[in-house]
Design a protein around this ligand. Structure first.
Ligand code: CMC
Length: 376
């Protein structure tokens, strides 16, 4: 229980205005710049959504072509970044690799401290283009493989598969991946976005804000949940064990990963579309192990709803989808970063538009003032 005047976790606290996105509680829907995310995911590419978040409007054909051309040209990594990333320990978590990479992008950029809207738009496009290259190279490094250069003939999602696996899967799989990127792109004042806004509010640079946001997203109560979902499913192992495992986990007061949400209390608006896309992946897999995992996924979803009345969040179907697409589990949260960077950078721009230093207060509950004892 919060002491009077204290809002632990800032639950329910409105800290600023935003025109980037909103959750409409009455209809349980999410809009980006006014457009329902389900409609965007059904009809638009991830690049179009990235443009929308950045400029406030969807691009026309010419604007999209120019945006895509620039994104494709910016993909190759600078030599220093590429070389330094290979020197990180091979045991290093991919989120640490990504956090380090963004820090290096800042160190390599002579305009790092230019916070003008034009400079920040250029940096946000750099991040959109280069982050998938880092994630893919690291995915291959964990498998002892050399990186594959980006292919400027391919769109962002297709190119990511190409750089990870040396091949682009069937369009339905690419589309499912793209849907996940669109759904992950933006979610108002979530913990990592708020982190980016806090850093920006001190007039620090965009790379510092994104580096900090990656640190916030890594935690399992936030973006790290998609990775944690897979660890949990592996721990349970068998669909027949879901209910029994859940009882034990709840008795031990464990949080069930991929369930619950600070904002949605009657189900995450993004889940139905992601679950449908994941179901399509399950239907096309011939792998009995994958089918068994999907059955366990469904059994646990029903058990959590029955026992606790808690609904899955986006990380629950997305985690399974990424596994079925062939990505290794530690890559799941970095994929989330590749997408959410669009929301973060839109919020950084907005924060700078009407900046106020974010500096809350704490209600002190330590010892009363007392004299320092004489040194002995
Ligand atoms: N497993 C078990 N109990 C839960 C869960 C869960 N996943 N989520 C909420 N509850 C219970 C919680 O224990 C509490 O019960 P009680 O009142 O008896 O103590 C009640 O529901 C309210 O939960 P809360 O933790 O006060 O709610 P919150 O708004 O602070 O937490 C949350 C939101 C996301 C941190 C939490 O639901 C959670 O830890 N979920 C698991 C991690 C997860 O999936 N995170 C991803 C979040 S959404 C996408 C993203 O950001 O990546």
């Amino acid at each position: 229980v919060n002491p009077p005047g204290v809002h632990r976790g800032l639950a329910g606290v409105v800290v600023d205005t935003t025109a980037v996105s909103t959750v409409i509680q009455e209809t349980n829907s999410l809009t980006y710049r006014g457009y329902p995310v389900q409609e965007l995911a059904a009809h638009r590419s991830f690049e179009e959504v990235a443009y929308l978040l950045r400029y406030g409007e969807l691009p026309d054909a010419g604007q999209l072509r120019e945006f895509e051309t620039r994104e494709r040209a910016l993909r190759p990594l600078g030599r220093t970044t590429a070389e330094l990333l290979t020197r990180l320990p091979s045991t290093c978590h991919p989120m640490d690799v990504l956090r380090t990479a963004v820090s290096l992008f800042g160190a390599e950029d002579p305009t790092e401290d230019d916070g003008s809207p034009a400079a920040n738009r250029a940096k946000s496009l750099t991040l959109l283009a280069k982050l998938p290259v880092v994630v893919a190279a690291d995915h291959r490094r964990r498998r002892g493989l050399d990186p594959i250069l980006p292919d400027p003939a391919l769109g962002l999602a297709e190119n990511f598969f190409h750089m990870c696996f040396g091949a682009v899967p069937e369009p339905e799989v690419v589309r499912c991946f793209e849907i996940s990127l669109i759904l992950y792109a933006e979610h108002s004042f979530n913990a990592s976005t708020f982190t980016a806004r806090v850093v920006t509010s001190t007039l620090s640079d965009l790379y510092s804000a994104v580096t900090a946001a990656i640190g916030a997203l890594k935690g399992p109560l936030h973006g790290g949940a998609n990775e944690a979902v897979m660890h949990m499913l592996r721990e349970i192992g068998d669909p027949g064990r879901a209910a029994e495992w859940l009882d034990g986990a709840l008795a031990a007061r464990r949080k069930i990963m991929g369930f619950g949400h600070r904002v949605y209390k009657h189900g995450d608006s993004r889940v139905p579309l992601m679950q449908e896309a994941t179901d399509r992946l399950v239907a096309r897999t011939g792998d009995p192990e994958a089918v068994r995992l999907a059955a366990l996924h469904t059994a646990l979803r029903h058990a959590v709803l029955d026992r606790k009345g808690i609904h899955p969040n986006l990380d629950y179907p997305a985690g399974l989808a990424y596994h079925l697409m062939g990505f290794d589990t530690p890559a799941f949260t970095p994929i989330f970063v590749m997408s959410r960077v669009t929301g973060w950078t839109a919020h950084i721009t907005e924060q700078l538009d009407h900046n106020a230093l974010i500096r809350p207060l704490g209600a002190y509950n330590g010892p009363d003032q007392r004299p320092v004892p004489m040194a002995v």
